[in-house]
Structure formats: C-alpha cells, structure tokens
Design a protein around this ligand. Structure first.
Ligand code: LLP
Length: 433
C-alpha cells in the first residue's frame, strides 16, 4: 500500500498523524474512519494557494457531499474555503457548524420547497439553480420572503470525460442542469435575469468525478466561455462569475495517475483568464468545487480481521468487521483500493487474499485479489484513501452500526463522530404493540 499523507511505518506498525493505529482501535473500536488532519489541511492549502490569480478572484468551495460532519465544516472554514451543499441536511450541518452562510453554495437537481425555504431562513448566500422549474419556484419564494440571493444556473456543456458511467454528469441525457444546446436555453436565462430577487452571477458546470485528464477540464472551460460569448451576443447578458465544479481524480490504487494539482490549478485559472480576455468577457470571479481531491487521501478505514477462510476452490478470504455498509464504492463503481495489515506493516505480502465484509451480500467485497502478509483473527486491516464518499454513503444495511470517525494530528487523536449505538439505531422506530 502506498503511504499517504502523514502515514508512517515503524517497528512493523502503521501510524497516522503520529498515532499508532492500534491505539486508535483500542480507544475507539473498529471499524473506524480515520481522518489525517494534516493531509486534509495540506490539500485545502494546495487548492487555495494555487487556484488564485492576480486578475481574477479564485474561490474554492469544498463539495461537502464527499464527507461532512459539523467538525469537518469547521475545519474547512478554518482553512478559508467555501462550501457546497446539496441537501437540507448538508445545509443544516454547515449552519450548525457556524459556517459563514455567504460562502455556502446550495446545489441539487430537485431541491424541495422545504429545502429552499430553509436556505432562505438560514440566509444561504448562493443557490445553483438546476432547471427552469426551480428558477420559477425559487423566484416566487424569494419574493414572498423579500430575500435577495446570488444565483447560478447549472448548465450541461456536453463534455464526455473518461470516468465510470455512474459518475458522468454532462452526457446529453444527464439529469443535471440545462443543456447549452437546447433551443429554449436563452429564454431560461432571460427569465432568471429579469427576476428582482435574484442576483444572477453566472453559470455552473460539473463534468464528472474522478477525472485524470487535464484536457477534459480545459475543454469544459472552452465550451463554457464560448457559451458565455453567445449569451453576451444574443442577450446582452454579461456574467461576473463562472463555476466549473469539481471532479479532480485521486490516487486509490496502482495505476491511478492524478493530475499534479499545484501547477494545473495555476494553469487552469490562467486559461480561464486568457480565454475570457480573448472573448472580451467580464468574468472576475471563478469557482471550483473539489470534494474527493480534498478529503479522499486524508481518510482511511480501520477494520479488525475476524476469520479467514479458504474456499473449496482455493480462494482465500479475509473477513473484516465492516464492509459495503461503510464503503459501498467497490460494489457500486467497481472502485479499487489498497490495504495493509497495520500490525504487520513490514512483513512480506506473500499471500493472495480477497477482503470481504460481514454484510449478507455476495457483492460485499472491498478488495479483490490483494497480496498481504498471512492474516489471522485480531489483525488490523487498514484500507487507504477512503475519505471521500464512504462515511457520507454509509448505510445501516443489516442494521450494522455506523463507525466512529477519529481525527489525528501531531500524535493526538480526537473524536469527530461517535460510534452509533444499538439504542441510536432503534431510537426512531415506533413500537406498534
Ligand atoms: N460539484 C458538483 C456539482 C458535483 O456534483 C460534485 C460531485 C462535485 C462538485 C464534487 O466532485 P468531486 O471533486 O468529489 O469529484 N459517489 C461518487 C461520486 C459522486 C460525485 C457527485 N458529484 C463516488 O463515490 O465516486
């Protein structure tokens, strides 16, 4: 397994943030999500420092769907990033964290009336409108509450980026945004522009997730700027902002080649600046919304090995005390991960294993074919780069409990989220007799 962030191997043991992971297992139990605070802060700074430009205001909004807790929103705020939310639940969480609401961007293709009302009540600063229907109901609500809001319209520029089908978002039949190629797109823009309670800042696009090609991002910039020019010519509307979404791919396993983000972010923002000048546009503010690339490498999941099993056909399993409930990504997207036996960190990986979870489902396999040292009950297995879309996609399938989340830095751990209890689990259920 590649050591990420502050991971270290010493005396056959793996530590993160200066804490032996065996100590974390003792203190908080397993399965356990571990967040490496230093790695998280480094990523925030990498984005903030490099997505900046002398003539454009660069703004980085963390896509909180990747991983969100009250504490996480506070760490993001401390690093000076903005935040993107996609539901009433995420909105409420950042509000509870005391996040400045003028730096909150509210997304979603089907925000309910209740969610829009909540956004207004919590004084959310920015909404990304998904479609014409939403533009209409939001306009009515804003007028009713006499509240003016910054708005963006999500558009689909039809870029096909190379990634898993389930996380592509700008194919022509995508459910997100309004296509820039459809006939009535100008009418939708006009309708938003004339709304008194909307401050129409610009357009948004997001081309997909876990993308490794720089070209896909730059093509999206080209398409969007071209469309800005058409809008300027056709409607005489000039936008001040542009939002290009997230999607920067990360390292999970051998073969993954993430973009070298520092230089690329600088290149990307300058590319936007040059393109906008060439087309004589008035863009002064550029946003991106990275989620995975901020938190994925900072997160790991620690499990205790229960049994091991060799099947009749010779396949060797390691059984862990979690599985697709705490990480559905292998089952959903055929996602690949690396792992280490944390208490045998320097031993030769000489046995080929499949790491399977404890859920009642044959597809509950987290890693197919990985070489590890000989495993036995009580070993600690750590899967790396699980910070994004695992905790946030957790399910209580089989009524297993949601693991705790521990934050580590400088040799000391802190609890970010306590482990669910059986009492938590039944707390919403009503007795019927
Ligand atoms: N902005 C918008 C509008 C998005 O829809 C997304 C992700 C992001 C930003 C952040 O993208 P990121 O930088 O994290 O790639 N559950 C899937 C990923 C779904 C992504 C959905 N939208 C997975 O586990 O791979």
């Amino acid at each position: 397994m590649r050591l990420l962030g502050s991971m270290k191997v010493e005396d056959n043991k793996l530590s993160i943030g200066g804490v032996d992971v065996a100590t974390l297992a003792k203190e908080y139990g397993t399965p356990l999500y571990i967040i490496d605070q230093e790695e998280l802060e480094d990523k925030c700074r990498l984005f903030k420092e490099n997505f900046s430009h002398p003539d454009l205001r660069g703004e980085v909004a963390y896509a909180s769907k990747a991983f969100l807790t009250v504490g996480m929103a506070q760490l993001i705020n401390k690093e000076g990033l903005s935040i993107d939310v996609v539901s009433g639940g995420e909105l409420y969480t950042v509000h509870k964290a005391g996040f400045p609401m003028d730096r909150v961007y509210f997304h979603g293709n089907n925000k309910t009336l209740e969610e829009l009302e909540l956004a207004i009540r919590l004084k959310c600063g920015n909404i990304i409108i998904d479609n014409r229907h939403e533009a209409k109901i939001l306009g009515e609500l804003l007028e009713k509450h006499d509240y003016k809001m910054n708005v963006f319209l999500r558009v689909n520029p039809g870029i096909s980026a190379e990634t898993h089908d389930y996380i592509k978002t700008t194919t022509d039949d995508s459910k997100f945004g309004e296509s820039i190629f459809q006939e009535d797109i100008y009418q939708i823009l006009r309708d938003i522009k004339v709304q008194d309670y909307m401050n129409f800042k610009g357009l948004h696009c997001h081309i997909g997730s876990q993308i490794f090609e720089e070209e896909s991002f730059l093509r999206a910039v080209d398409e969007m700027l071209y469309f800005y020019q058409l809008v300027k010519n056709e409607l005489d509307i000039e936008f001040e902002s542009i939002n290009l979404g997230g999607g920067f791919g990360v390292y999970y396993a051998e073969g993954d080649r993430p973009i070298d983000l520092g230089p690329f972010l600088q290149r990307m923002i300058d590319y936007i600046y040059q393109g906008s000048r060439r087309r004589e546009l008035t863009i002064r503010h550029v946003l991106i919304e990275p989620g995975r690339s901020i938190i994925s490498n900072a997160g790991s999941t620690l499990y205790t090995v229960g049994g091991t099993k060799e099947t009749y056909s010779g396949k060797k399993y390691i059984f862990i005390d979690g599985g697709m409930s705490d990480n559905p990504r292998p089952a959903l997207y055929q996602a690949k991960y690396e792992a280490i036996i944390a208490n045998k960190a320097e031993e030769a990986p000489d046995t080929l294993y499949t790491v399977a979870g404890k859920l009642c489902e044959s597809g509950d396999v987290l890693i197919e074919d990985i070489k590890l040292p000989r495993a036995e009950a009580g070993d600690l297995l750590l899967i790396s780069s699980t910070g994004a879309y695992t905790f946030s996609m957790f399910s209580n399938y089989n009524r297993v409990l949601r693991p705790a989340v521990a934050l580590v830095k400088g040799g000391s751990p802190r609890l970010m989220v306590r482990r669910q209890t059986y009492e938590d689990l039944v707390s919403l259920d009503e007795e019927l007799i």
